[in-house]
Design a binder for this molecule. Sequence first.
Ligand code: HEC
Ligand code: HEC
Length: 156
Amino acid sequence: MIRKTAILLLAAALVAGAGSLTAQTLNSGLRGPAPLNEEGAAAPMAPNKNTAEREVRNYPEQPPVIPHSIDGYQIDLNGNKCLSCHARARTAESQAPMVSITHFMDRDGQFLASVSPRRFFCTECHVPQSTATPPVSNNFVDVDTLLSRAAPGGRR
Ligand code: HEC
Ligand code: HEC
């Protein structure tokens, strides 16, 4: 008898638990409304940002992010689409910023006549930006903000 009651109680607790789980998954953030035992449909990929506005760098050494879309741009043994606009000789026509002088240096600091092989694969360092809203926000602050906080009477 005692055993039966215990089992019934356990079953009731499980049902209640399942109920609250469903409620939880319904308003859960990252995985969306799909129940825990099912795989939801993948969200559609957001397109890349595609603007002419250059973004502020978060620190001086940061490779600037790419403000325009790079869909279908080839970078391989046979060619580098990026250099068709960003190479020194192409900038008048493209109005793109030239790759900086550091991109001509080999690892010993010697300047080469053209872009150094170690700077050839642009997207190792430069990345396009997605228009997706980040599911988790970021609280990074740059050094200027830190300095203004540290200064006497600075903002907090
Ligand atoms: C059709 C010409 C063209 C091509 C191809 C191109 N870009 Fe650009 N890029 C530009 C122009 C023009 C700008 C300046 C901002 C604007 O007008 O969009 C720019 C801006 C940038 C910037 C921002 C620079 C800064 O100081 O903020 C980066 C980084 C960049 N491009 C990298 C790339 C990479 C990497 C590729 C190849 C995957 C590439 N670009 C291909 C024309 C081009
Ligand atoms: C190993 C990392 C790396 C690779 C690979 C690389 N870059 Fe950069 N790039 C940087 C960094 C870091 C900066 C900022 C500091 C500097 O200028 O060196 C930069 C700066 C730039 C800038 C801004 C120049 C300016 O004066 O505002 C452009 C444009 C650019 N890169 C384009 C390219 C293109 C196009 C390629 C491929 C041919 C490329 N980069 C490959 C790291 C890289």
